[in-house]
Each structure stands twice: as C-alpha cells, then as structure tokens.
Design a protein around this ligand. Structure first.
Ligand code: DAT
Ligand code: MG
Length: 144
C-alpha cells in the first residue's frame, strides 16, 4: 500500500494570534476544504506545565520563556483533524515555522506576523501526533 493512504489523525493548535485576529473560522475552513474532518475540538487556556511538556524540545532556547508566555496569553483552540496523510498534509498547508520563509499560499505565510506569532501548531510526525493527541485530549473526547 502506498505511504500516506491510511486515515491519519494530527493535532493542531490555533495560537493566541489566530484567536485575537478572529481567524479561527478561516483557518479551520481551509482544512475542511483540503479534506480534513474534525474529530475533536475545544478552547482551553494552556497551563505552563502543559506547554513546558509540549515544547520540551525547545527548553534550552533563548526564546523559550517568551514562547510559553505567548502561548498562555489567551485561550487557544486545540483540535484533532483526520484525513489520509494528515500529518504531512497539515504541515504543508501551514508552511515553514517562520512566516517570512513559508511558501506562498500557506497559512503561516498568509496570516503569520513573526516566527513566534505564526498562527498555528501542527504535529510534525506520526509519533508526535499520537503523543500530542494524548496530551491534549481524553480518549472519550475524540469522535470516531
Ligand atoms: P513548528 O511550530 O514549525 O513545529 P518548532 O517546533 O521548531 O516549529 O517551534 C515551535 C514554536 O516555537 C514555533 O512555532 C514558534 C516558536 N519558535 C521556534 N523557533 C523560534 C525562534 N527562532 N524565535 C522565536 N520563536 C520560535
Ligand atoms: Mg514543532
């Protein structure tokens, strides 16, 4: 079977800049147009403890304190999205971390304003997606 043909789940977070700019509907609509379905979704204010875990790969970086501050500055929307090849496709639609380097037509290029304020998080591998979905949702919160 060719890679990516199986239905996958990925986790996205609509970050505080997305929420503040009133872009949540626009961004979710983009995913729906690309064939993703929503399996779970909620609005939450992320705790520092959860963010420290979620961004543990960046804990030594000089921007880490600012990243945690930003990500806990307003409630965010976390969602589980499904599609075949969901992880890779979602990363493609989002574009590179730095909006200035992201390809034309990507969400970050279109709406992001800085490396930090880049609108959206999307899991970067199947393994991260599984871990992140478990981090943000209880099994009973996810619809089949
Ligand atoms: P991505 O969100 O594309 O997976 P990442 O996991 O390397 O990128 O970093 C997580 C977030 O941390 C990123 O979305 C924004 C912030 N960040 C990364 N590099 C940064 C930098 N050089 N300056 C400020 N914030 C940064
Ligand atoms: Mg990442």
């Amino acid at each position: 079977m060719p890679a990516g043909i199986l239905m996958e789940s990925t986790l996205i977070i609509l970050k505080p800049d997305c929420v503040k700019a009133g872009l949540c509907g626009t961004v979710l609509s983009r995913f729906e147009k690309e064939g993703f379905t929503i399996a779970a979704m909620k609005m939450v204010r992320l705790s520092r403890a959860l963010l420290e875990e979620h961004y543990s790969h960046l804990s030594g970086k000089p921007f880490f304190p600012s990243l945690l501050e930003f990500m806990s500055s307003t409630p965010v929307i976390v969602a589980v999205l499904k599609r075949e090849n969901a992880v890779e496709k979602a990363r493609q639609i989002c574009g590179k971390t730095n909006p200035a380097e992201a390809a034309e037509g990507t969400i970050r290029r279109q709406y992001g304003s800085s490396v930090q304020a880049n609108i959206i998080h999307a899991s970067d591998s199947l393994q991260s997606a599984e871990r992140e979905i478990r981090r943000f949702f209880k099994p009973e919160e996810i619809c089949a």
